[in-house]
Design a protein around this ligand. Structure first.
Ligand SMILES: [Zn+2]
Length: 96
């Protein structure tokens, strides 16, 4: 799916409609200091298998998109609602 990279959206910081740059959220590394992550690491130590096997044959052909909208006036980012599913994303420049 094609999507324009520059969009006019409401900025909650400027409290008005401004030009925004759309970008996909990047994956952050997993936190290592949570209780569940410590439990997982303890389980993975030594002998024994992975805590839970991944279900097979259930791969999804699409993924859910996670957008961040960056205001060009105040340079702050915000997200709007939930993303939608798409196989392939292409951010296009306006006027091309
Ligand atoms: Zn703004």
């Amino acid at each position: 799916m094609k999507m324009p990279k520059n969009q006019r959206k409401y900025c909650p910081f400027c409290r008005k409609h401004t030009e925004h740059i759309v970008e996909e959220a990047k994956r952050k590394p997993r936190r290592q200091d949570t209780r569940s992550q410590r439990r997982f690491l303890r389980k993975m130590k030594g002998y024994g298998s992975f805590p839970k096997e991944n279900p097979k044959g259930r791969e999804k052909p699409t993924r859910k998109l996670d957008f961040r909208y960056k205001c060009t006036v105040c340079n702050k980012k915000h997200s709007i609602g939930e993303g939608f599913r798409s196989k392939k994303l292409e951010l296009t420049k306006v006027g091309e």
